[in-house]
Design a binder for this molecule. Sequence first.
Ligand SMILES: *Cc1c(COP(=O)(O)O)cnc(C)c1O
Length: 490
Amino acid sequence: MTANCIKGPAGEEGLIFEKSSDGRVGILPPSSDVPRVDPENTLPGRLRSGIDGFPQVSEIDLVRHYTRLSQWNFGLDTGFYPLGSCTMKYNPKVNETVSRLAGFSSIHPYQPEETVQGALELMYELQSYLAEISGMDAVTLQPSAGAHGELCGLLMLAEYFRSKNKKRNKILIPDTAHGTNPASANLAGFKVVPVKSEGKGVLTAGAVKALMDYDTAALMLTNPNTIGLFERNIKEIADIVHKKGGFIYCDGANLNALMGLVNLGSLGVDVVQFNLHKTFSTPHGGGGPGSGPVGVKKALEPFLPVPVIKKTGGKFKLDFNRPKTIGRMKAFYGNFSVMVKAYAYIRRLGAEGLKKASSTAILNANYIKERLKDSYQLAYNEPCMHEAVFSDDMQQKHGVTTMDIAKRLIDYGYHPPTIYFPLVVHGAIMIEPTETESIATLDSFIDAMKAIAEEARNSPELLKNAPSSTRISRVDETRAAREPMLRWKP
Ligand SMILES: *Cc1c(COP(=O)(O)O)cnc(C)c1O
């Protein structure tokens, strides 16, 4: 591999190690006038004298290397990213700017409370906004992701039953659930009981009634569910669960479809987690930071993690004195910068704006569903919420699979949708357009999807060999996952 050949997204880029040249450095600081101390005398055996094979490059070598690598990335800022279940919507840059204001970004977690009243006020208000949006009574902002929020909510449920000396062991989870749900239930010490979604992709009261008993702590439901359908029997189901002393846990990761339209509390939900990094304006996909606040009804409030932010006499306080708390979920108070972005986003949109955002997310998904349903098999021919799920049933007779379709979309300049999830749909293609995309973008994407359906009929080899416009075509994904090469060897 040559280090300096073609530039740009399609170009090659050698490893930084291959650009190394002995003695080349990025920065030359003036020589120090502080007497040198022999490290062996101060920290014997503790300091390494050098790093074997460490690249020696100039500043411009380094800048170009990483800038070129960044151009290989696909992101919201470069194109449409319809990754279902992930809500890859555009996050306004102003919210980033706000979160970086020195008053927010330069404070220290151990500062005295009276010097960070503004930060506490922001957290307090954000909690109350989330409570209002979801219809809950209290909210903690501590968990740092959706799955972390699930764990937090389930630990509160476990603690609730423990406090009543009534240990319950089971959690009912529909077969359409996100994989994190059974994992969280297991981690919180519960046994997972799967519930079949028999009613056209949604859960029926009968299925829950047959399984609900006095050893079941909760039903864990995603609404809208992972097929993008609204769980319309939720109220009836909640009544069945409540009658036997259980709770309704709602995985609220898909709240982008509900804001201002659905009050989860009045539908019988007792616990819900919010994915601020999905719905409330934090870019995600690169590994964080995220934030997964949890809202609860009154009965569960005593079990919230500490500290709880309180307002007394116009002052904000961190309350650690909560005898029934499950303890801490996170160091300090959670991922604060994500909270600032969510706060700025909610304040900027207001109640009407949030409602419009959700309505548009639903409209966009239904537009895609309607315009593509003749080219791809719809998993469920029902009005959808924020995402539409298709399968490769129409393409399979040409030997073309969901994977081929996804790979071919890359050639058309789009990030592929979520594929092979949810598991209940064979060869699923799950498209979540979000509210931030214009009709022009949706139309171009639909054109690409239709063109691919046409290619599947007439020239399937184009799909089998896709992507062909990228530096690397199909990789062996299984091997890449099983045998990752994380170290460069000379
Ligand atoms: C994204 C998602 C999660 C997990 O959220 P993380 O922040 O990635 O932990 C859980 N449930 C559903 C339905 C999701 O879409």
